[in-house]
Design a protein around this ligand. Structure first.
Ligand code: C2E
Ligand code: MG
Ligand code: MG
Ligand code: MG
Length: 282
């Protein structure tokens, strides 16, 4: 498959492998350029309370590339994490999200929305991360009490003490924390009582088949009960149907996010959704 050329470089002759390597290299190159070319945008997905009323939103990044078209975060976030590009991208996200918060704070029907921002492990672990967040808040004038950071279990693994210390620094600024994709990582219970979390997000994989899978029902019920007894707010992601919403509601989940209520959309569109009457459970 591979041979060495005169310069001792490995050359691949499998066209599929070669194509894959090229596409990865090109993707990485384009990703490096994406920030300066201003190709990223944020879309927002509404989060609602048990009455279906808007209480907040999650910011989700989108990459609009000139020739690739729309690149999903599922494709480029892992590459950004591997290459370290997640650090500048994450900084851009923080600033853009804070600017949006300020705009929402200025309008009566959006002023109470809490905005959740995803933070990658590598980004959170940067020595100057706390300063970056403080800087984004200060430059924009956004209220820290309206900013929530979503971490995943991968941030915590092997770095429990550092994570706790850093979370406390950020909480001192007024920021809150959610544990994203809860239940899909490791050692959930070990750190759950130690981390200064405000919210856990039930992963959408447990919600998807909720009405037909008894194991998922048991898991979801347990997460809600455990979250509640630990004094945490519990939000379910991936709520796609009235049945999902009803089941979660009956088991006293606090908040909901999913296509049933609103897809991730542009900021203006999301603000309009906040004015619409909430759906009714029937
Ligand atoms: P996540 O943070 O768990 O976000 C939830 C994902 O579920 C989003 O996918 C959202 O569009 C999708 N979703 C929302 N409602 C539903 C539903 O009812 N059904 C289904 N099947 N899916 C739903 P998206 O936007 O493609 O983002 C994927 C992941 O990429 C995110 O998962 C997050 O891990 C990462 N990501 C997105 N934006 C950022 C960002 O700004 N920074 C970082 N570090 N990661 C991000
Ligand atoms: Mg998230
Ligand atoms: Mg999630
Ligand atoms: Mg997820």
């Amino acid at each position: 498959l591979a041979k060495r050329d005169g310069q001792n470089n490995i050359r691949f002759y499998d066209p599929a492998v070669q194509a894959q390597l090229e596409s990865r290299t090109e993707l990485e190159r384009d990703l490096r350029l994406a920030i300066e070319r201003e190709e990223f945008v944020l879309v927002y997905q509404m989060q609602v309370d048990s009455q279906g009323r808007a209480i907040g939103a999650e910011a989700l990044i989108r990459w609009q590339h000139a020739t690739r078209g729309f690149v999903s975060p599922g494709t480029f976030i892992p590459l950004a994490e591997e290459t370290g590009l997640i650090v500048p991208i994450g900084t851009w996200v923080l600033h853009a999200a804070c600017e949006q918060l300020v705009m929402w704070q200025a309008a009566a029907h959006t002023k109470d929305l809490v905005l959740a921002v995803n933070v990658s492990a590598k980004q959170f672990q940067q020595p100057n991360f706390v300063d970056e967040v403080a800087n984004a808040l200060e430059l924009s004038g956004a209220s820290p009490h309206k900013l929530k950071l979503e971490l995943t279990e991968s941030t915590v693994i092997g770095k429990v003490e550092d994570t706790i210390a850093r979370m406390h620094q950020l909480k001192a600024l007024g920021i809150s924390f959610a544990m994203d994709d809860f239940g899909t990582g490791y050692s959930s219970l070990q750190y759950l009582k130690r981390l200064p979390l405000d919210q856990i997000k039930i992963d959408q994989s447990f919600v998807r088949d909720l009405h037909q899978d008894e194991d998922d029902m048991a898991i979801v019920e347990t997460i809600i009960a455990m979250g509640r007894s630990l004094g945490l707010n519990v939000i379910a992601e991936g709520v796609e149907t009235m049945e999902h919403w009803r089941y979660l509601n009956e088991h006293q989940c606090h908040a909901y996010q999913g296509y049933y209520f609103c897809k991730p959309v542009a900021a203006e569109e999301m603000a309009k959704h906040c004015l619409a009457p909430p759906p009714v459970l029937s």
